[in-house]
Design a protein around this ligand. Structure first.
Ligand SMILES: C[S@@+](CC[C@H](N)C(=O)[O-])C[C@H]1O[C@@H](n2cnc3c(N)ncnc32)[C@H](O)[C@@H]1O
Length: 212
């Protein structure tokens, strides 16, 4: 499909989906104006999907891996059950000022705990079991993250992973190291009896997996 047609289709989908809140709109705008890699942010459509899934799931303990400026964590927090918490892990503090000036004082973001840490190290130390997880950090870590998460997610928990098509690079050989890691992650989810998975061609590829 022509990329201009695809762009128009995405614009149409955004137009006819309910909008994000003003606070998320401002956070996205600030991220685009003031970071060198704003395309890392989930964006309206993916953000609304995270919020929607979280509202269906009503998690008590949610995990956001790859926090960036806080957008995905804030979307997931919209669906928390009463007393629920999102833990968001981000390795660098480069984006903290953007997250803070947009989300400090926001009542929904008060339910997010921000961790400045490496994902693998942090997941090993945090509370569990998780009932909602969004994986969106270093692609090379996806297989190791999955191994850590599998025993830390309860039956019925939802695992959402971004970039599982990795710009289409999973489709052809030879694969570079990051692509191999993403492909292995997809294989692990497919082959393990612990998961029921669906892979979707949304943006750069999303997979949704339910812990059996
Ligand atoms: C694609 S961005 C996340 C976007 C965010 N989920 C959103 O929707 O706005 C990936 C983030 O993962 C962070 N990251 C990379 N390696 C990491 C690691 N080992 N542990 C934690 N965060 C990491 C990067 O610094 C970057 O901010």
């Amino acid at each position: 499909m022509e990329s201009s047609t695809l762009r128009s289709m995405y614009a149409y989908c955004e137009q006819w989906s309910h909008p994000e809140s003003e606070i998320l709109h401002q956070l996205e705008r600030d991220t685009f104006l003031n970071t060198p890699t704003p395309q890392m942010l989930s964006g309206k459509l993916q953000g609304r999907m995270l919020s929607f899934l979280s509202q269906l799931k009503r998690p008590h303990l949610a995990l956001d891996i790859g926090g960036f400026t806080g957008y995905s964590a804030r979307c997931i927090a919209e669906g928390l059950s009463a007393g629920g918490t999102v833990h968001s892990i981000e390795i660098t503090d480069d984006y903290e000022h953007i997250r803070r000036r947009n989300l400090d004082g926001d009542p929904i973001a008060e339910n997010i705990v921000w961790h400045h840490a490496d994902a693998i190290e942090c997941i090993s130390k945090l509370d569990h079991p998780w009932d909602f997880v969004f994986v969106d950090a270093a692609k090379s870590q996806y297989p190791a993250i999955l191994k850590l998460l599998e025993p830390r997610m309860k039956a019925g928990a939802l695992l959402v992973a971004d970039n599982v098509l990795w710009y289409g690079k999973v489709l052809s050989e030879p694969m570079d190291a990051e692509t191999k890691a993403v492909h292995l992650f997809n294989q692990q989810l497919h082959d393990s009896p612990a998961w029921q998975t669906i892979v979707l061609p949304v943006r750069d590829g999303w997979s949704l997996s339910v812990r059996r």
